[in-house]
Ligand binder design. Sequence first.
Ligand code: SAH
Length: 252
Amino acid sequence: MVKVGTVYLVGAGPGDPDLLTVRAARLLAEAGLIVHDGLVDPAILALASASAELVSVAKSRARHTLPQHEINALLVREALAGRHVVRLKGGDPLVFGRGGEEAEACRAAGVPVEIVPGVTSALGAAAAAQIPLTHRDAASIVSFVAGQCKGLAEQNWAGLAGAGRTLVIYMGVKTAPQIAEKLIADGLSPQVPVAVVENAARAQMRVLRGSLAALPALVETQRVRSPALIIIGDVTARNDAALAQIALEAHP
Ligand code: SAH
């Protein structure tokens, strides 16, 4: 009987290979099969051994090469055939990464799963842009939400943004106008400061700033593209000088 392989759900962090965990780097170097999504930076894939088989299941908002159930089936099939599989995902596997669904599929098929956390992009963006997500003078609550999901308008975000709170929105580039409208309708001041961090922790990073009311125009005129995060709250306006400097370096 074939010994069942293990599926490792591994976080690749926001882009910079230096932000991988030591465990992730070791698994990459040892893996025979790496199944990765579209957000994983090529510099990270370059850490795989030369003999590794790389399978892309490139997932982005517009392009769905493999539907989720087929990704699950692929992981299970390879593990049942006796291969160890590294399933490499941008950021952290359990933050808007469908890692939970993949782990469930593996467990249901009797395949052992290990999860290796990664630096989720909110943390990567905060560090790279020097925006504290909490600050004793500005915020003691931080929330992560998905800006593109079923029934965005019906999602209850009340109380997640405003004085003393930081809201980080993943997957919100396309829906920025609806997001601004929704938050303002919830009673948030249109003047609350906002930062958009595009390509955080990557060479092409941009940090753009404005107010909530100006968010849709900022995204439109600056042609912000995914991957980008929208951070809403007073923390984004705390260190203007550092942010301006970073933006300048990203766009000389
Ligand atoms: N599991 C990932 C999130 C996947 S959802 C994580 O933990 O980060 C995809 C969204 O993540 C993108 O739409 C974008 O909002 C965000 N994202 C991922 N990488 C990013 C990066 N380098 N810079 C800015 N946002 C990023």
